[in-house]
Design a protein around this ligand. Structure first.
Ligand SMILES: *Cc1c(COP(=O)(O)O)cnc(C)c1O
Length: 229
């Protein structure tokens, strides 16, 4: 067995254990393997071990990897910050975008996606860490953005995403994730059909699952430490 398949098994076991602790069905939690900085061969290795959904942060790197891995079956998620001059290739080549924080970006993605393709699946990124984080829309502004995004024709708003500030404090981590869940639940009560909470990474996926994560985004625990770039 390769290291990646061993790592994947360990991550899946952590997800299953956390799901059991939370009293949740393990099928309700998807694993997104974050392959940023790792070459296509590593992605292929993970795919051979049954992992089909991958997350990328950088547009050029992601596009190159998608082009070199023509395996049908693979599903690509853009999870990094997105500038408006890069919306077209992302709309054309990715299935999901997790980090929507401005309406203008969402509008451009919708136009570029067009009507011929299935809708682009998107999540709104929320800043649940206050001053400790700069990215994501504030909790107060989430409802208005969600409503506007949900009306764009070629996007399908699936839910909310967050990257809380790193902390070794499990109680604090859970509080951040709970904030995202409560926001999602409040939006659902206004009539938006949201089924996704994209939250939890290598070091905090258990806390995220305990608070309702439906997608955990895991890089290091699968592919190893990233080189600093
Ligand atoms: C890099 C990254 C991850 C994965 O982080 P790890 O700590 O390596 O698991 C998850 N989500 C986002 C948005 C990232 O940029």
């Amino acid at each position: 067995m390769t290291t990646i398949s061993t790592n994947l098994q360990a991550v899946r076991a952590r997800i299953a254990a956390a799901a059991e602790l939370a009293g949740r069905a393990v099928e309700d939690i998807r694993l997104l393997a974050v392959s940023k900085t790792f070459p296509p061969e590593r992605v292929r290795e993970a795919a051979r071990a049954g992992q089909l959904a991958f997350g990328e942060n950088y547009v050029q790197e992601g596009l190159a990897k998608i082009a070199s891995l023509a395996d049908p079956g693979l599903e690509w998620h853009f999870i990094g910050p997105l500038q408006s001059n890069k919306t077209r290739p992302v709309a054309e080549h990715f299935a999901w975008v997790h980090g929507i924080e401005r309406l203008k970006i969402a509008e451009r993605l919708s136009v570029a996606r067009g009507e011929e393709r299935p809708p682009l699946q998107v999540c709104i990124q929320v800043n649940v860490s206050g001053e400790a984080s700069k990215s994501g829309v504030s909790p107060q502004d989430t409802a208005a953005l969600a409503l506007a995004v949900s009306e764009l024709p070629n996007l399908k708003l699936r839910g909310l995403m967050a990257i809380p500030e790193p902390t070794g404090d499990m109680a604090l981590a859970r509080r951040r994730f709970a904030t995202l869940r409560e926001l999602r639940d409040a939006l659902k009560r206004t009539g938006l059909a949201l089924d996704t909470l994209s939250m939890g990474m290598s070091h905090d996926l258990e806390a995220a699952i305990l608070e309702g994560a439906t997608i955990v985004r895991v890089g290091t625990a699968i592919f190893g430490e990233r080189a600093r770039i």
